[in-house]
Design a protein around this ligand. Sequence first.
Ligand code: C5P
Length: 235
Amino acid sequence: MDSMYIALDFATGEEALHFLKVNELKNVPVKVGMELFYKEGPAFITELQNQSHPIFLDLKLHDIPTTVYRTMKNIAALEVDMVNVHALGGVEMMQRAKEGLLAGSSNESPALLAVTMLTSMDEKVMKKDLNIKESLHKQVGHLATLAMQSGVDGVVCSAHEAELIKELCGPSFLTVTPGIRLANSDANDQVRTATPAEAKKKEADILVIGRSITNAKDPKEAYNTALKEWKNDIM
Ligand code: C5P
């Protein structure tokens, strides 16, 4: 598994490929989310694979267990590195997601992640909108534990929750952290943000970083800065 994925949040495949080409981001690991996948479909995944980009396919499935099983079986054929579901879909849904991936894979199946609480949501909004009474940390810990018990390989969480999750779920349970910002970037709609160096200290395994790179004046330089910070070469 690679350890830093660029979120390709572009409206079209053409824009995403252009971005990678002009910035000479050859072979870099990328995350494809629903915006691009719904526009371009599986052919775009193949195109990125032909250019040797490792892929995290971030579709955040959340549906009845049978539908998720059947969908994951189809997704497995794409042979990406990582895929995900919402942990709020419950134990049976997460178990069926894993079974679908195993049933659809001829080689090694993609790692299955569960989204705990979106990094765009803080405790106040979680309590108000979702009517969850627990603290955000407790809720994230609960969902991560459920995910682990369901056979999921790791979670998508804020860097600030990675340590807690490692404590609860053990060192080999993956923590994949979006909401990453370089020191001088806008938070945009993210709330629980961290720099790559902070994420490293807090035991994140894999970084997902989008607008800090894609909106930077010099995306290649921003990518190299994030990677250096993440690999602990500079602090
Ligand atoms: O631009 P930014 O770095 O905020 O991008 C973060 C990416 O990670 C977006 O593509 C977003 O959909 C994704 N993501 C997230 N929070 C999660 C799961 C995925 O921000 N819990």
